[in-house]
Design a protein around this ligand. Sequence first.
Ligand SMILES: [Zn+2]
Length: 314
Amino acid sequence: MEIAITVDELLLWDGTPMPSGYTPHSVMDSLLGALSEHDVAGAYGFAHTAPIEDDPANRDILDRWVDAGHHLGNHTHCHACLNWVTGQQYVDDIKRSEEYVGGYVEKAPTKYFRYAMDMSGESECKRGVVEDHLRAEGYVNAPITAWFGDFAWIAPYCRALKSGDRDAARMLRESYIGAAVGQLVAAHETERRLYRSDVPLIWLIHGTAIAQDCVGEILGRFAELGAEFVSLEQAMASPVNRVMSPVSPLFRNHLQRLAAAVGDEIPATATPEQMAQILTAALPDGDDPFGVYDDLIHRMAARAGGTIEHWSWA
Ligand SMILES: [Zn+2]
């Protein structure tokens, strides 16, 4: 099993809760340490750039990533999903990001772009506006084929640490690591079903507090499973990672959209009951477990000039 590791959001979205004692620098320490321990060099990070507009000191985080020998791709400025804005607004957002990371993106071995949330809109026509721009500017779209919904652990982990609920924090770390491993295996098996051969997976983790505490163990587990870490360029040499999968209004990555196109799907590793336990860990009575995440995406959409009419986390 070959895996290209990619890290999104080296700087998290505006409004993302962070437990005390954790900073983008402490998360970066852990990410760089884990990658180095597993001899992963030249990994690609995809960071939206609004946090640098908000605080220019945040650029230090991206500098550290690149100084450690890793690369950056364009991931838009506001991180609005293409489903929430027009094609032209999305293109403008890609251009805005270039003001902050354009130099790094140009210097990388390949000029990659990653759609925010790996969602490329709900209409082929709208996506075409973006794709025409990307092609004209020499970008290659780097999709995601293995993810594990890791953002879902952000708010519960922060709550658990804040309230000193050690049992909940431990349950969250264990379930997070279990989901990372389970979803990787499920994506690998799905690829074998669909393609009847092994294709390098493009794996995603976000730069979160729980990632800081678990990424080393996750990569260790992957290695125990026999995973070989390869470059994004090696993964992108496969045509199935390079083609555009059909657009979808749903929150699905590249492999999930391709699977859906032939009536297949990647099985979930957590039951609805397990997912509910994760989302409601250390949640005060009456609070909405999705409230934090709904707030984040509405901020992204508004900042890019768009609105969210329909959205489902499912
Ligand atoms: Zn992202």
